[in-house]
Design a protein around this ligand. Structure first.
Ligand SMILES: [Zn+2]
Ligand SMILES: [Zn+2]
Length: 156
């Protein structure tokens, strides 16, 4: 039987720090990538900490900073999960498709909620970063700006 052991967060962070000296790894209360200061914040006390940490690092390595449209944010999430898979192999971290899918699902749901017309529930078109327009009834509505991280946390 093959048992995959995920390294402890401390030893993983130490390895990552050596491999990516330009990235700052900071323990905090959420998982987050911040392009200001090239900082990965991670929550050490989490069942999937290793993989979620690699996901945030992936955003950093892909130089994710800005996005113009919500759909682009979803693409960035998908790319970061693909990159996290490569990192997981590299650093001996178990990769769990279910974590990826549930994370992406929360973004899809978020995108769906934001883009649904408040009047007729038709899916609207994002015309500006924080504005959607319904092509069916011409209703326009504003949404708040999303961040690349912490989406899950403040959605629920
Ligand atoms: Zn992400
Ligand atoms: Zn409408």
């Amino acid at each position: 039987m093959v048992v995959t052991t995920t390294p402890s967060i401390r030893s993983l962070v130490a390895k990552l720090q050596t491999s990516y000296p330009h990235v700052q790894f900071v323990a905090g209360n959420s998982f987050c990538w911040s392009s200001d200061g090239s900082q990965v914040t991670y929550l050490a006390d989490h069942d999937d900490a290793a993989l979620l940490l690699l996901h945030e690092l992936a955003h950093g390595l892909l130089e994710h900073a800005q996005y113009d449209r919500d759909i682009h944010l979803l693409q960035m999430e998908r790319m970061a999960w693909d990159e996290a898979r490569t990192l997981a192999t590299l650093f001996d971290v178990a990769y769990d498709e279910e974590i990826r899918e549930s994370a992406l699902d929360s973004y899809r749901q978020w995108l769906h909620d934001r883009s649904s017309c408040p009047d007729c529930t038709t899916n609207g078109l994002q015309t500006e970063k924080t504005t959607y327009t319904c092509l069916a009834c011409r209703q326009t509505w504003r949404v708040n700006e999303a961040r690349v991280c912490g989406l899950r946390r403040w959605r629920l």
